[in-house]
Design a protein around this ligand. Structure first.
Ligand code: PLP
Length: 352
């Protein structure tokens, strides 16, 4: 089997590789023409998506970005507006797709520290129904947001708020399985406070590609048309779907371990007792490390020389370390140790 050279890769949970069992499941998948809705493996996955989310319908899409794009477009018409976090994936990291392809306008709102969008701020941004304004149609939440699971109480409030204010609620659930595990709730509980939700199998669950978009029959039927329009009415898609099914059935148990490893790593880093080196609080698989000023590049280079890749999407202020099933507890210890060694060198005037 062709695997990449063994490095400890903490850049993202997208770095997980399909395991032997998943590859076998993919190879043996029954397939058909999915555009004709005749691919048994895709159909099975979509039915399973309904079962775990509690939604009426679901479609298989290639990426989380595609799920977000279809989700936003299925809820809005051209010229409509959606509200999203100013650092949300759908707004910041998706090449402006909802605007470019859908003609949608975004109204960004700053995230609160816990990853929620303050509903009072959201309320202020809902445009009055007058010809001056775009029609505000949708609120997009992200769960987890910067590794934080959104509190259930907030989700219930947000869903009620959206209902009262005529907005749909879309959840970018790229890491919502992590949220469910961290909160100890069933995915259905989270999904029950949304109209439409995306689920991703290609991050910590380890499938090579694939997300599900789950919602009402009406929204998902619109979604099927949009997916076709976006050039992704794919044919024998069942091999990928089988990998995703394997991910959902076999790899969910890895998430709790990832969360433990993240806590362990954060503890080990805090125990190094380096001034200005500390980790933010966390409850899922991401560690955000505040670094002593000016050490980001030096640290990343040093870690790389020790076979550790870190900081895929970091800001100059913090280093993001993401735990996933290809990183073991022993690796975590090595990472903390290497960081400690680097700061010893810095203290001795040797580090850059
Ligand atoms: C990764 C991610 C996506 C997009 O997923 P892709 O499969 O990479 O397109 C969307 N939202 C969030 C929050 C993500 O982290």
């Amino acid at each position: 089997m062709k695997m990449k050279k063994r490095e400890i890769d903490l850049r993202s949970d997208t770095q997980t590789l399909p395991c032997e069992g998943m590859r076998e499941a993919m190879l043996g998948a029954e397939v058909g023409d999915d555009v004709a809705r005749e691919d048994p493996s895709v159909n099975e996955l979509q039915e399973y998506g309904c079962e775990i989310s509690g939604k009426e319908a679901s479609i298989f899409v290639l990426t989380g970005t595609q799920a977000n794009l279809i989700g936003a477009l299925a809820h809005c018409d051209r010229g409509d507006e959606y509200i999203a976090g100013s650092l949300s994936h759908i707004y910041r990291w998706e090449a402006g797709g909802a605007s470019v392809v859908g003609g949608l306008q975004v109204q960004p709102v700053e995230f609160s520290a816990d990853g929620t969008l303050d509903l009072r701020l959201v309320k202020e941004q809902i445009k009055p129904g007058m010809p001056h304004y775009a029609r505000t149609r949708l609120l997009c939440l992200e769960n987890t947001q910067m590794g934080k699971a959104l509190p259930m109480e907030y989700l219930r409030q947000a869903y009620e708020f959206c209902g009262k204010n005529g907005l749909g609620l879309y959840m970018d659930g790229a890491r919502v399985f992590n949220a469910a595990v961290a909160l100890g709730v069933d995915l259905k509980e989270i999904a029950g406070s949304t109209d439409t939700i995306s689920l991703c199998m290609s991050k910590a669950l380890g499938a090579p590609a694939g997300s599900l978009l789950c919602g009402s029959r009406e929204v998902i039927e619109r979604g099927i048309r949009l997916r076709k329009m976006l050039g992704c009415g794919a044919r024998q898609l069942g091999m990928l779907a089988a990998g995703c099914m394997y991910a959902l059935k076999h790899n969910m148990g890895c998430l709790a371990q990832d969360h433990l490893n993240a806590k362990y790593l954060a503890n080990e880093i805090d125990r190094l007792n380096v001034p200005h080196l500390f980790c933010a609080e966390l409850n899922t698989n991401m560690v955000f490390v505040n670094l002593p000023e000016g050490t980001m590049e030096g640290l990343r280079g040093y870690l790389k020389s020790r076979g550790i890749l870190a900081g895929g999407y970091s800001s100059p202020r913090y280093l993001r370390l993401v735990l996933h099933k290809s990183v073991e507890q022993e690796d975590v210890r090595r990472v903390a140790e290497a960081m400690g060694d680097y700061y010893v060198e810095v203290a001795m005037g040797l580090g850059r």
